[in-house]
Write a protein that binds this ligand. Structure first.
Ligand SMILES: Cc1cc2nc3c(=O)[nH]c(=O)nc-3n(C[C@H](O)[C@H](O)[C@H](O)COP(=O)(O)O)c2cc1C
Length: 176
């Protein structure tokens, strides 16, 4: 039987929600990155890592990138969770920013849409996002993109785009 682990790095809970759904469906062990030591990779055949997007970077991804030698003979899945809709250009940007061409051959990448909840952020991220809010508010209305308009609205009304069926492609690939 294939032994699977799901490891996640989540600030406001969206990635954790997806990680729990995936672990439940695959009967996998599940850890927050804080609880996971790289020596534990040895116990698993399939490693699934999920991290939320911050300025296109995947939170906690160094756990995977710094341990590629340990992961050499395993199946590795990485999913990123962001507020943006899953457009192809978003995916390309995330792939290019986070992985080399070689790493893309070793890792299967997925993007899942999360949400945005300002109240659940930690203090440093609240500060970062407040700056962004000021920047967007100062931008002329007619120059704001649709995503920026949505983002501004989400500061006062949290949005949650998580859907359980979004994990289906990951489950399919994991079970192959
Ligand atoms: C500082 C900061 C930067 C962010 N940058 C991005 C981004 O580049 N792309 C995106 O789609 N979402 C971005 N987001 C939104 C988060 O990725 C989104 O809220 C995600 O669902 C959070 O997941 P989590 O609760 O598991 O941390 C950002 C959020 C914060 C706080």
């Amino acid at each position: 039987m294939q032994k699977t682990v799901v490891i996640y790095c989540s600030i406001s809970g969206f990635t954790r929600k997806y990680a729990r759904w995936i672990a439940e469906e695959l009967n996998a062990d599940i850890y927050d990155t804080e609880q996971f030591d790289p020596s534990m990779f040895a116990n698993y055949d399939l490693v699934i890592f999920g991290g939320s997007l911050h300025a296109v970077g995947i939170n906690g991804i160094s756990l995977i990138k710094n341990n590629l030698t340990r992961l050499a003979n395993k199946k590795v899945i990485v999913f990123a969770v962001g507020a943006s809709p899953p457009r192809e250009n978003v995916l390309d940007e995330v792939l290019n920013k986070n992985f080399t061409e070689q790493q893309r051959k070793e890792i299967r990448f997925f993007y899942l849409r999360g949400g945005f909840n300002y109240d659940k952020l930690d203090l440093p991220n609240k500060l970062l996002m407040s700056l962004m809010r000021v920047r967007l508010t100062l931008k002329r209305k007619k120059n704001r993109t649709a995503d920026e308009v949505g983002m501004l609205a989400a500061f006062s009304n949290p949005v949650d785009f998580t859907r359980k069926e979004n994990i289906n492609e990951i489950l399919e690939y994991a079970r192959e």
